[in-house]
Design a protein. Structure first.
Length: 135
């Protein structure tokens, strides 16, 4: 079910054996994202439950889900980029069928993130699912 862009990340992770290299890769994914406009960094887009500052700006256009995001922490910004590869371009009716936990497990992230980062990641996924469910 994963998007082609996510499959590319899975392949890249398999090639990178060292976790420092994998973290660096995730951070680079975040750096490659366009920054979220300051006007969108408002309480309504802020994700609670994250140790760092996180904003997600979801949009549904012609029935297709898309979101942009931002964080003040480089690794979290990278995690947002990874989540974008999972969810952006998915028909909104299929967003709830995406098993983000299982897909991220393919990367081994569940075992290599701190408890705070894992909680924040869960909060971001929950926000995405809530928006899709309300659409």
């Amino acid at each position: 079910m994963a998007q082609a862009a996510f499959e590319k990340i899975v392949e890249d992770f398999e090639f990178l054996e060292d976790w420092e290299d994998r973290y660096r890769y995730v951070i680079e994914q975040g750096k490659a994202m366009d920054p979220l406009e300051d006007a969108l960094k408002v309480p309504a887009t802020k994700v609670e439950g994250c140790a760092s500052q996180v904003w997600l700006h979801p949009q549904i256009d012609a029935g297709v889900f898309h979101f942009d995001g931002e964080s003040d922490a480089m690794i979290v910004r990278g995690l947002i980029a990874v989540l974008r590869t999972l969810y952006n371009g998915v028909p909104v009716g299929e967003v709830l069928a995406v098993d983000a936990r299982a897909e991220l497990e393919r990367l081994g992230l569940n075992d290599h993130l701190s408890a705070q980062r894992s909680n924040g990641l869960r909060a971001m996924i929950e926000r995405i699912r809530d928006v899709a469910a309300a659409a």
